[in-house]
Design a binder for this molecule. Structure first.
Ligand code: G3P
Ligand code: CA
Length: 243
């Protein structure tokens, strides 16, 4: 897919499988990640929470929406979490299980979803994989909770950071600069030509979430956006490949 796009696309467009490929498989499962890779995603994005000595791939604070469990993830010991079904017979994977599956085939955006030692545990985990030969730049660590991201930066500064915002804070550029972020990760509703130009002028790549409509994917690419988070990596590839 990359080769095909190198011929048709005039510049890189990073297709990031959102929670794996959640349009095709249960989100944040190994099946979802594997599906994103099979469909040709360049990167996968996964949500990570720290609890009971493990890093779990889970978006919500509670288990109810995505698993057959009930209540807060943090109310259950690791042994109980391991027995849950996260859809299609898939378990809730740990970060290490996800990285072992990925085997450097795609870049990995780890979104820190909890603030209870998550930065520390993710840094310890990624440090091991980097020591094993993973290039640090094949990781991107992001969080809506910028203090957690700041803590991660102190622990493992060689890993690139994504400044992730749910709106566009007045001082988004200052915060991103202070973090030394490489990417600005913004919701689609806030993207316009000025923001794209501003991000680029500041040396930031602009990644947009979560975009599933093929026409919109194509428009964003034509506007100069650098990458998208999508539940359907196949649609993003088709949108760019048809240019
Ligand atoms: O990182 C982009 C996107 O995943 C952020 O929103 O709620 O899907 O984690 P959410
Ligand atoms: Ca996420």
């Amino acid at each position: 897919n990359r080769d095909a796009r190198a011929v048709t696309a005039s510049r890189p467009f990073t297709v990031i499988g959102h929670r794996g490929a959640r349009g095709h498989a249960p989100e944040n499962t190994l099946l979802s990640i594997d599906t994103a890779i099979r469909l040709g995603a360049d990167w996968v994005e996964i949500d990570v929470q720290h609890h009971d000595g493990e890093l779990w791939l889970m978006h919500d604070l509670t288990l109810d929406r995505t698993t057959n469990g009930r209540g807060l993830l943090t109310a259950h010991p690791a042994a109980a979490l391991r027995r849950l079904d996260a859809g299609d017979g898939e378990g809730i994977p740990t970060l290490a299980e996800a990285l072992d599956l990925i085997e450097q085939r795609v870049g990995v955006n780890v979104e820190l979803k909890s603030w209870n030692g998550c930065a520390n545990a993710v840094a310890a985990c990624l440090r091991e994989y980097i020591a094993d030969g993973w290039p640090a730049e094949r990781f991107l660590v992001s969080s809506f909770h910028l203090p957690e991201l700041w803590e991660f930066k102190q622990l493992l500064p060689e890993v690139p950071l994504g400044a992730l915002y749910c709106g566009v804070p007045l001082d988004w550029a200052g915060l991103a600069a202070e973090l030394g972020a490489q990417t600005l990760n913004i919701s689609d509703e806030f993207v316009d030509a000025r923001l794209i130009a501003d991000a680029h002028a500041r040396g930031l790549a602009l990644y947009v979430y979560t975009v599933n409509d093929e026409t919109r994917l194509r428009t964003l690419w034509q506007m100069g956006v650098d990458g998208v988070f999508t539940d359907y990596p196949d649609r993003a590839l088709a949108a760019v490949g048809s240019e």
